[in-house]
Design a protein around this ligand. Sequence first.
Ligand code: 2HG
Ligand code: ZN
Length: 445
Amino acid sequence: MRAFPALPDATVLAEPELLEAFRHDESHIVGCLPLAVVRPHGPAALRELVRLAKAEGFGLVPRGAGTGKAGGCIPTARTVVVDLSAWPGSLSVSPQDLSLQAPASALLREVKAAASEAGFFYPPDPNSWESCALGGTLATNAGGPNACKYGMTRHWVLGLDVLLADGEIHRFGIRSVKANAGPNLAQLFLGSEGIFGLILGATLRLTPKPRDYTTLLLPVKRWMDLLDLPGRLSAAGFLPSAFEFFDPAVLAELRAHGPEEARRLPGEALAILEFDERGCTSDDFLEALADLLGPVADGLEMASDARQREGIWAVRRITSAFLKERHPKKVSEDIVVPRSRLREFFERLEGTGIPAVSYGHLGDGNLHVNLLAASDTAPAALEAQLMTLFRLATELGGTLSGEHGIGLAKRDAFLALAEPGHIETLRALKRSLDPAGIFNPGKVI
Ligand code: 2HG
Ligand code: ZN
């Protein structure tokens, strides 16, 4: 293509040195240099961009803040990055409708803060929540520790504004949880990673803000003891708002090389448990909980104020970046195993001999299995190890991605492991919604 044309109502970046930064997200993948980066400021820009994409045969890759972990916003060959960071719109809360309207460009922390200032809670909390864009969390259906109780981003969306292949912005959904006039099309776009259309804004669902928190550090003497706990808690009627864990290897590494507050972490393995329902600080609740946790606990520490609670969470929040700094070439996965099969998973993982360490969201079985020495492993052997891991999760009734999505990083594995009917259905939807193949080509399917 000749020099990238000017567009109405948009900023266009085309200088190679400016485009370079857009080849990355927070995965290990480096993408192609895009033809241009377009920052649309209104519908006229998108209308023209869609027309040009079809006429010139290039793809449109949506991008929020670039904090994704699966390469979903990384340019493939002959694509233009649609950087939605300047998409207009303001945040507004409707207390009567328990909803919040926001543009894709809003940062998730702004959305959570706006909800909180109005006395409400917007639960999705991926680790990148302070820097990621709302649009990215919608496109990837982001998770996080609170998904354990509150579900993922898709559970908190009432409606979406989506750019479709006709170049126009369409609205799906209303400001109510009860909406049953035919299939819910907004849900189709959530977690679709931009392959069906581009998400530009959303009406989000809110819930009253929790008032009470019980936050516990649960060290265990034997790591395997931790693995039955999520299922036992559920069976006993407890629903933690977060249940995170560090296996012995991650815990030892944090203790030896982590920040000050990590040096004193106890146990062979460690969990962070949080409850946020009304009454969770009462003696009755805590006694019943202690009865359940006591037999496996090697001491139990409870945060007594907001500062201590924050201190506990700070260690968990830095874990991914900390491991990445120490092992820059590590490969980190986000598989899921049903709670009832966690013990079996870790026993069988050990049996495979794959040198993996793990931490993450034990309460919902979403495990960040890390291969720290990935760069010392031959590429084919590494791929075989990852496939063994994904197969094991799948065999146990889980899946290869619980929250980060497929993007480019897991596309081959997804195509190999998903049921053929699943892939064919996704491809049929893609052909019908995006016949020219302009939306995020080469991703997911
Ligand atoms: C987390 O839970 C994030 O910390 C990142 O999902 C996990 O780096 C990772 O793989
Ligand atoms: Zn995670």
